[in-house]
Design a protein around this ligand. Sequence first.
Ligand code: SF4
Length: 278
Amino acid sequence: MTVAPARLRTRKADQACVAAVDVARAAAVETAGPTEVGPHRGYQAEDDRVVTHFFECLSRGYRGWQWSVTVARASRAKLVTVDECVLLPGPEAVLAPPWVPWDDRVRPADLGPGDLLPTADDDPRLVPGYTGADEELDPDAARQVTEELGLGRVRVLSPIGRDQAADRWRAGTGGPDTEIARAAPYPCATCGFLVPLAGALGRVFGACANERSPFDGQVVSFDHGCGAHSEVRVGPAPAIVSEPVLDTFAHEVAAHPASEVAPLFGSKVAGDEEFGHS
Ligand code: SF4
């Protein structure tokens, strides 16, 4: 294992602090034990008369980590003292991936039957759904009042939530930048199967109600489109390139067994009665 030397000289290192390797090592050994502290791997000037020394960590559970001992010296003093001693990841340390909050991690497909995905009271995508004056109400009080009055939804989409949805939908499979939309003969805006949404989003989006379209039941933008547009028509029949030729001189002999013809014309009584002829 190799640990890259850390000699990031962003400022001039104090030479007394640089020379205090043994002081720094003693602090690391005191903290971690003599078997855990490896060779000196370098130093880094932190400030005037403040230097951090790095020692390889020999613990098998911390490969690539370094004991980092910061030493300092007071102005005009010769004595170098230990400021702190910590174990820090080096350039080759094995680290866990950055932590991502659960609400950033969860994806639409993660929501299964019976799952609940709560939204925070201060979710910026939502605003109280009754009047503008009520927006300053405490969310719990607002919910209680709304439920008592039976006004329906406690919150509705905020401008932020609406804009985010619009951006998402336009960039998705129901937006204009897809192969099928670019190849469509007409846009959804002129399609009879488009059911516009209510509210501000209805100026740009609607739901496709064509069961023959792959977007049936999905939100599509007005400038989306597909080949199942309501105004797509079957073209005219191919033009006849030449008149039919009637040959009145030649004739063609075809097999015509009398046995197959007889039942139709031979049994007059049965046939007439059957079809009600007089
Ligand atoms: S059928 Fe096609 S063009 Fe018509 S609304 Fe649906 S996706 Fe748009």
